[in-house]
Design a protein around this ligand. Structure first.
Ligand code: MG
Length: 452
């Protein structure tokens, strides 16, 4: 079996790893399996128009009706699939990857990325001869659909817009020249905010900054916050499904903190609710959910697993530490603009500066490490590790996660892309987190050595 899909759709360097021929065949294979009516959207990359035409051709060749929703954020494409009642959707995007990359994300009829099993079916069709082509008189057709306005409206309807309007908030936005520029500023304005922007023209060369927002590349946004006296700054990734927040002092807060902020508010409104998050998530999420009488539903690492758990379990909130928040009442997918609206509502209701809201959350020390392990030994090493670890709580759905009596934890996982095991640990003090990392690194090293 080939290896078309990665952790988040199909990605590669345009015209090198990912070609027009591949996208045509992929789109045809996906269309043949998903059904007749397929939404198609793109991000703003320079190669997206080229791959879009390839996807159109592939879909038409198997008899699909293409619902062309144009250039828009990935979550808006996902919303369109659900809203228009379609059989699935394709998004031409490489999310936060560098500008030379492109890719395709495939959505099921509920708007969520397809399951791993569905990906395998599409791969099988792709590699084993391709889909069956339609006769000349039953190829598909293209319909243009305008859905961005309805998407913007839906987000506004999911928050108390009167409350946010009354808050008189000043908002600085940095879409990073990505497609969040097409939705987030408009949504914030219609929520009564005074909006300032940087890198808000869609440009597939990403001249402003990397399309992956990180604390080290948000200097322009922090400067904009300072210059305008904004109450909050928000940076988005290339396809607008993730958001990172900057407080009124220009400090960037990592995604687990903003997710915790939203989760705490969600628990106030929905006491006892379940919240879905990957086993890699910070204890700060557990803290706020448990304080609200709720329960964490742990998932494998990866946004699709969180989304699928939410849909299957009727869970209202999910999130990842990288700034992907999934608000179920809207759609069980990561959505940067929805995250923005939720945080604005929290700020308006509390009337507190964002820095103080963040300061109200527990703080933990985090550290990472890695241990070399040949790919062919990863399976055996993981099995040995599962047998060797001892802790009050152990979770083995994805790697091995151990919780200790003092609330510290470590996650040990084989990397999907490199010949290493990755170790992530979190604790209240630097000394303790170092101790846990060292202890477990030695254990993993000795287990791997024993297999050699
Ligand atoms: Mg993304």
């Amino acid at each position: 079996m080939g290896d078309l899909f990665g952790t988040n759709g199909v990605r590669g360097v345009a015209n090198v790893e990912l070609t027009v021929e591949m996208v045509t065949r992929l789109a045809g294979s996906a269309g043949a399996l998903l059904g007749k009516d397929i939404a198609l959207g793109t991000d703003g990359r320079t190669t997206s128009p080229m791959f879009k035409e390839a996807a159109v051709s592939g879909l038409l060749s198997v008899g699909c009706t293409v619902h062309d929703v144009g250039m828009l954020p990935t979550p808006a494409l996902q919303f369109s699939v659900r809203r228009l009642g379609l059989d699935g959707g394709l998004m031409v995007t490489a999310s936060h990857n560098p500008p030379e990359f492109n890719g395709v994300k495939v959505m099921a009829n509920d708007g969520v990325e397809i399951s791993r099993e569905r990906e395998n079916e599409i791969e099988a069709l792709f590699f084993e001869g391709g889909p069956e082509l339609s006769p000349w008189d039953s190829v598909g057709c293209v319909r243009r659909r305008e859905t961005l306005e309805r998407y913007n409206r839906a987000i506004i309807e999911h928050v108390d817009s009167g409350l946010v309007e009354g808050g008189g908030l000043k908002v600085a936005l940095d879409p990073g020249n990505g497609v969040a520029a097409l939705a987030a500023p408009e949504i914030a304005r219609r929520l009564g905010c005074e909006v300032f922007t940087v890198n808000a023209n869609v440009d597939g060369r990403f001249p402003g900054r990397d399309s992956e927002p990180r604390p080290d590349n948000l200097g322009d946004l922090a400067a904009l916050v300072e210059a305008t006296g904004a109450d909050v700054g928000v940076a988005f990734d290339g396809d607008g499904d993730r958001a990172l927040f900057v407080d009124e002092g220009g400090k960037v807060h990592w995604g687990d903190r903003s997710f915790a902020l939203v989760a705490r508010d969600f628990m106030d409104k929905n006491p006892g609710a379940e919240v879905a998050t990957p086993v890699s998530s910070s204890r700060v999420i557990e803290d706020v959910v448990e304080a609200g009488g709720g329960r964490i539903v742990w998932t494998k690492v990866g946004s699709v697993d969180v989304s699928r758990n939410m849909v299957d379990g009727g869970i209202g909130l999910g999130g990842e530490e990288n700034g992907g928040i999934m608000y179920g009442p809207h759609l069980e997918v990561r959505d940067g603009s929805m995250s923005l609206a939720l945080v604005l509502e929290i700020m308006a209701r509390t009337g507190e500066p964002l820095s103080r809201l963040f300061a109200g959350l527990p703080v933990y020390e985090q550290m990472k490490d890695k241990v070399s392990c040949p790919n062919e030994l990863k399976g055996k090493a993981l099995e040995a590790l599962r047998g060797a670890v001892e802790a009050p709580r152990v979770e083995t759905m994805d790697g091995v996660k151990l919780w200790y009596g003092d609330g510290s934890w470590i996650l040990i996982r084989p990397s999907g892309t490199e010949p290493v095991f990755r170790l992530y640990a979190e604790s209240e003090t630097q000394e303790r987190v170092r101790e846990i990392l060292d202890e477990n690194r030695v254990l993993v090293e000795s287990l791997i050595e024993g297999l050699n």
